[in-house]
Design a binder for this molecule. Structure first.
Ligand code: PEP
Length: 248
């Protein structure tokens, strides 16, 4: 199915007021002919700044995490309702750095996706195997297990999510999955979604993991790769714009 691709930047814990200003202005100015959706997932303290900066452009605002809880005694957490007040359209959930450094389980990731959806935020649900899991031939089993938890908790709303396949060994390492390796996993995920919803073909499945200006076009040409989740390259306007230009 021919749908509009989505290029989402994940700034991770990077940026400052001055650099953000320059970056968002440059991206907004350079993406006027973009044929894809564009989002930037920024650190929470900068949501208000980027919400103002993006005005007048079609850049969508994203968060990098969201609480599974509605409100209350959860120090340090940020609810979906709060994010919504800042115009947040997307929230990354289950990024491998959250799973690895903050012990996030498949069940918690699924609950976070549900909390986001309940407040009109589209969760970008990250799944992906480690190098050890790939080498042990467990890639399919791992991504299916991670997805199954999200499908189980979200039921028919699953057609409203965005999925990001991010092999952990490719994130921030400069090692990218080949287009064929990525497509093979995207196909597995698409089949799993098809078994869960008749609207599976409208769920964007992004690839993430060292996507850059040089490799974006060949990855994005794969039939089940509907866009990219971009870390390092989203911090440089010229690189991010080249990836946006490759998404057609
Ligand atoms: C990410 O953080 O989601 C990511 C894909 O990072 P990078 O592009 O730097 O590998």
């Amino acid at each position: 199915m021919d749908k509009k691709k989505l290029i989402a930047g994940n700034w991770k814990m990077n940026g400052n007021l001055e650099a953000n200003d320059a970056l968002v202005r440059a991206v907004a100015a350079g993406m006027q002919q973009a044929r894809c959706g564009v989002a930037v997932c920024v650190p929470a303290p900068y949501l208000a700044q980027v919400q103002m900066l993006r005005h007048g452009s079609s850049i969508e605002l994203g968060a990098q995490d969201v609480s599974a809880q509605e409100q209350g005694a959860f120090t340090g957490e940020i609810s979906a309702k709060m994010l919504r007040e800042f115009g947040v359209r997307y929230a990354i959930v289950g990024h491998s750095e959250r799973r690895q450094y903050h012990g996030e389980t498949d069940a918690l990731v699924a609950d976070k996706a549900k909390a986001a959806l309940a407040h009109g935020i589209t969760p970008i649900v990250c799944v992906g195997e480690t190098l050890a899991e790939r080498e042990a031939g467990q890639t399919e089993e791992v991504v299916k297990r991670q997805m199954a938890a999200v499908i189980h908790v979200n039921g028919h709303c699953i057609s409203e999510i965005v999925v990001a396949y991010e092999p952990v060994w490719a994130i921030g390492t400069g090692k990218t999955a080949t287009p064929e390796q990525a497509q093979a996993v995207h196909q597995v995920l698409r089949a799993q979604l098809r078994a869960a919803t008749e609207h599976a073909d409208r769920v964007p499945i992004l690839y993430g993991g060292s996507m850059n200006a040089a490799n974006a076009a060949s990855l994005l040409a794969q039939p089940d790769i509907d866009g990219g989740l971009i870390g390092g390259a989203s911090l440089k306007a010229a690189d991010f714009l080249q990836i946006i230009a490759a998404a057609r």
